[in-house]
Design a protein around this ligand. Structure first.
Ligand code: NAD
Ligand code: UD1
Length: 307
């Protein structure tokens, strides 16, 4: 059995990826500092190293005897990154640099990074992987630098690196208990406690919401086979989304439909660093055989049912 390290494996996308990896036959180890992750998200028999990806000793211990690394550990919130830019840089960029160097020294072959469509900033129109990037937050910039580090490791050391730019991921186990939590988790929580749903800005900003089950499937697919980019080199970029842009106002309408009763909305000023429109395609990923299986309304219904 080949061993896979999943950093951030006790978190939202990480824990679904752990399950998917085990189903695919990987022996999984997790490195997570449990800052937003929770060990209860993990099956009891998964090896968990509680440590920081930016700590070289923890990184070295974590990558030992691994064939592949799925690197998800990060500070993930755009507004938190506006408030804590240096901490964001340390975890997301330095953490990636420390981890991939440990991986190189341990002869890890494949290294997959969870990056973000936030790297495009407010570039108008539908984005593809070749679109220009213009980060608007420390979070987006830190991820772009991490991407470049993976491309460097492909060129300089021949490592098989793969970059996924996820759109907005939602699903079970996304935390709702922090001001920095994702919008769908916050709103499901509000609906269940009959509180109003807060909309930052006019609600006309758009996002492409993709189910965590579909993202976990993409993550596992990237661990094997030929994932070189368009130019035939490793370090290629793949967008991961459904390809449908939904405004926040539309999202709340759909949530209301799924809930089956009226939901109160409350508008607040837009957040700093927020991008307005997020739209793109996952054609490049679909060409590798991936396709999203969960549509938004079904995903929201399931989420509300089990919340
Ligand atoms: P999450 O907060 O649930 O997961 C992050 C995990 O990393 C947590 O378990 C946390 O404890 C851990 N972590 C944080 N800092 C760490 C450190 N220094 N060392 C070790 N572990 C650390 O968030 P998520 O939504 O599951 O995000 C996972 C990845 O996907 C992140 O890299 C994020 O940037 C990326 N991403 C998420 C989305 C989304 O919509 N959720 C979209 C694009 C990209
Ligand atoms: C999210 C991810 C980020 C990822 C990016 C990819 C989280 C916490 N952030 O950022 O890691 O890289 O997608 O596109 O998962 N909003 C409200 N009300 C709320 C909460 C949010 O109106 O209660 C709005 C925000 O202002 C924003 C939109 O909803 O316009 C989405 O916000 P959020 O879920 O935090 O995600 P992003 O900032 O898009």
């Amino acid at each position: 059995m080949q061993r896979l390290l999943i950093t951030g494996g006790a978190g939202f996308i990480g824990s679904h990826s752990v399950e998917a990896a085990r189903r695919a036959g990987w022996q999984v180890r997790v490195l997570d500092d449990l800052s937003t992750g929770d060990p209860r998200n993990l099956p009891a028999d998964v090896e968990l190293i509680a440590g920081d990806v930016a700590d070289a000793a923890a990184a070295a211990q974590a990558v030992a005897d691994c064939t592949a690394v799925l690197h998800l550990a990060a500070l993930v919130s755009v507004p938190q990154s506006m408030a804590e830019p240096a901490a964001t840089l340390r975890t997301n960029t330095t953490g990636t640099a420390v981890l991939i160097e440990a991986a190189r020294q341990a002869n890890v072959r494949r290294f997959v990074l969870a990056s973000t469509c936030a790297v495009y900033g407010d570039l108008p129109g539908r984005k593809d992987e070749a679109s220009p990037v213009q980060p608007l937050s420390p979070y987006a910039a830190s991820k772009l630098m991490a991407e470049q580090w993976l491309q460097l490791y492909a060129r300089a050391y021949g490592m098989e690196t793969v970059i996924f730019r996820y759109f907005n991921v939602y699903g079970p186990r996304q935390r709702a208990d922090s001001p920095y939590s994702g919008v769908i988790a916050k709103w499901c929580d509000a609906v269940q406690s009959s509180a109003p749903c807060i909309i930052f800005g006019d609600g006309e900003q758009t996002r492409d919401f993709v189910s965590v089950h579909d993202v976990a499937a993409a993550n596992i697919a990237a661990l094997a086979g030929d994932w070189r980019g368009e130019d035939g080199a490793w370090g290629g970029v793949f967008q991961v989304g459904v390809g449908v842009s939904v405004s926040l106002n539309q999202l709340l309408d759909t949530l209301q439909q799924a809930a089956g009763y009226p939901i109160t909305r409350e508008y607040r000023p837009a957040r700093a660093g927020d991008i307005v429109h997020s739209a793109g395609s996952s054609d490049r990923l679909r060409q590798r055989g991936w396709q999203p299986r969960v549509d938004l309304e079904t995903g929201l219904r399931e989420l509300l049912r089990d919340w």
